[in-house]
Design a binder for this molecule. Structure first.
Ligand code: 13P
Ligand code: SF4
Length: 352
């Protein structure tokens, strides 16, 4: 039962003491975040890991987050992931090998202009390392426009990976016309999946080139979800910038998971807010702020992240009990040859 499991986790944590901290991403289920020392977005949690002296950092999140924590923690700290199956599909849409192979094509297609690659935090360490090597950096959903500006100070164009929707929303924030029917040639997509090969002419004049990746949770939100929640609940709407452009335009507020949390924390009692992101965060926000009415934007159509759901509370119990018995499982270790370069890409972001 849940209470037996809670007792077992509490007993294991009692034995481990300060040797372990548990970090819970905002999208984890209640039974996980209730045991977390810190709850937050991927970037905040990595910083918490770096600030901690614990020998073991249990990261209840997905692989790319655990990798980033491993990169920014001390070498004598070990980052553990309760399930090795917890891999973000969007991060897998821009494999470093594939991007490396496309790089020359993109340079040729853009007439060898100086392209700076910018990768979203939601990517694997080898892609972060590749970006550093090519003069680029990492960004999160809350600092993407600063990262683009950083890149424009150093090059002629940005290749943004993997999330085309975050890239398009950032381009709009920077003043590019991505909304009119004719659009602009300055923002173009690079489709690495096209069997005929990407059309080089599409990107020849582009200042922002968007790799064709996306989050399959956020991509499912539609403007009609917003229309119907406004009709049924007279709700304000906050969405994550991984949502489609038209959904972001129709919302009242757009922001990262932390910014979504802040929006609800600052809402007036009695207000209704619809949350356009992974459903577990909407549920947490309702529990944390009972004086605000919080509803998932998708209603009953459950938008949960399959990768985050891999972190089953039974795995957390197993991991902690094993650790208390002196057995270390599921350590996430970035290969040394990638670690330093990926750290450079992360440091460039931290300096923004
Ligand atoms: P955050 O960086 O806001 O934690 O979001 C991560 C994520 O996976 C969004 O889908
Ligand atoms: Fe990846 Fe989307 Fe899940 Fe975030 S919600 S971890 S981007 S699949």
């Amino acid at each position: 039962t849940e209470s037996e499991r809670t007792d077992r986790i509490t007993a294991a944590l009692g034995e481990l003491g300060d040797d372990v901290i548990i970090l819970g991403h905002n999208y984890q289920r209640r039974e996980i975040v209730e045991h977390a020392d810190f709850i937050g977005d991927s970037y905040e949690l990595s910083k918490r890991a770096a600030e901690s002296d614990a020998s073991y950092v249990v990261f209840a999140g997905v692989t790319f987050m655990a990798e980033s924590a491993d990169i920014i923690t001390d070498p004598d700290q070990t980052v553990l992931l309760p399930s090795m199956e917890a891999s973000c599909p969007m991060a897998g849409m821009a494999e470093a090998l594939q991007v490396d192979a496309a790089w020359e094509q993109i340079e040729n297609a853009t007439d060898n202009r100086n392209i700076i690659p910018v990768t979203y935090m939601n990517s694997y360490a080898d892609l972060k390392a590749f970006c550093a090597e090519q003069g680029g950096l990492v960004c999160t959903s809350s600092n993407a426009s600063d990262a683009f500006n950083w890149a424009f100070e150093r090059g002629d164009a940005v290749l943004f990976l993997p999330d085309k929707f975050l890239g398009r929303n950032t381009a709009a924030e920077l003043g590019y016309d991505v909304d009119s029917p004719a659009g602009t040639d300055a923002v173009a997509e690079w489709d690495p999946w096209d069997p005929a090969g990407p059309d080089a002419s599409d990107v020849s004049d582009a200042e922002i080139i968007l790799w064709d990746g996306y989050c399959q949770v956020h991509e499912r939100f539609r403007v009609n979800h917003i229309k119907s929640i406004r009709e049924s609940h007279d709700a304000n709407v906050v969405v994550h910038p991984e949502c489609r452009r038209d959904v972001v335009r129709a919302a009242d507020v757009v922001g990262s998971t932390s910014q979504i949390c802040d929006t609800i924390a600052n809402a007036e009692p009695g207000e209704t807010w619809a949350i356009g992101t992974e459903v577990h965060l909407a549920n947490h926000l309702q529990r944390w702020h009972p004086d605000v009415e919080v509803v998932p934007l998708c209603g009953d159509a459950c938008m949960d992240c399959n990768a985050m759901r891999q972190i089953d509370p039974n795995y957390l119990t197993w991991l902690l009990e094993s650790l208390a018995d002196g057995e270390v499982h599921n350590a996430v270790e970035v290969a040394p040859q990638e670690r330093d370069r990926a750290a450079t890409a992360l440091d460039r972001m931290l300096e923004l």
